[in-house]
Design a binder for this molecule. Structure first.
Ligand SMILES: Cc1ncc(COP(=O)(O)OP(=O)(O)O)c(N)n1
Ligand SMILES: Cc1ncsc1CCOP(=O)(O)O
Ligand SMILES: [Mg+2]
Length: 221
């Protein structure tokens, strides 16, 4: 599994966060997105139990065996600890990333949401994580309990103030029509729920987004 900032950076791109609740269909959706080029996946299911999340993660790990996909679970440290190779994504209202790192070790990916630039004062958190997420970039019906959206200017500010080696992803209201702007503002990747999970053809949607993001990153370098 992928561990370091560099390895996570090389897997970004397009980052799939799954729609709730998770079911067997979620596993097929992840496989379709991965077939379309997605290399970072988060199982996000705040509805079901830890046991359910562990069962889902085991299925996903089994299906992804041999691939270089980075897999994290949202919020649930016990679920991540139960399935080797699985990391975690936490936000400022969740457990501290340093606590997650000390329980999960150095071999899995840990991500942290930034809601506010004041979080950048937390050096221990920044030292513990493999990427941070500007959350949200734009308002989104998928998650309504968010803080004030960053917008593109906020993404630029965040990129400027982050350690250069730490990858940044944008999340919230991102789709094929605006992903390039988020990359243009300095993000290394875009995390999406609806743009892939609500698509008629998730594999095609992933492919199109990956092509758009790759092209934007090439144009930037
Ligand atoms: C990639 C990514 N970025 C941000 C979030 C949001 O995390 P958080 O603020 O902890 O909110 P919940 O997802 O727990 O509702 C995320 N999940 N993934
Ligand atoms: C989980 C999460 N965290 C911040 S916004 C968001 C949801 C993003 O969903 P969508 O890609 O459908 O806007
Ligand atoms: Mg959270």
């Amino acid at each position: 599994m992928i561990t370091t900032h560099e390895q996570v950076r090389s897997n970004l791109g397009v980052y799939l966060v799954t729609a709730e609740p998770s079911t067997d269909r979620t596993v097929e959706l992840i496989m379709a997105a991965v077939a379309g080029g997605v290399r970072v996946v988060q199982l996000r299911d705040k509805i079901n139990s830890t046991d359910h999340r562990i069962r889902m993660l085991r299925q996903i790990v089994h299906r992804l065996a041999g691939s270089a996909v980075t897999l994290v679970v949202n919020d649930d440290l016990d679920a991540a600890a139960a399935v080797p190779g699985v990391g975690i994504h936490v936000g400022p209202d969740d457990l501290h990333p340093a606590v997650a790192r000390s329980r999960l070790g150095v071999d899995v990916c840990i991500g942290w949401s930034i809601h506010d630039l004041d979080q950048l004062r937390d050096d221990q958190a920044l030292a513990a994580v493999d990427y941070v997420a500007a959350s949200p970039v734009w308002p989104t019906p998928t998650k309504i309990d968010t803080s004030t959206p960053f917008g593109l200017q906020g993404v630029r500010r965040l990129r400027d103030r982050l350690p250069a080696e730490l990858p940044l992803v944008g999340i919230g209201g991102i789709d094929l029509g605006n992903a390039a702007e988020v990359i243009g503002a300095g993000a290394d990747g875009v995390a999406v729920v609806s743009a892939i999970c609500a698509a008629d053809d998730p594999r095609r949607a992933a492919q199109d987004l990956v092509a758009e993001v790759d092209q934007s990153k090439e144009g930037r370098s």
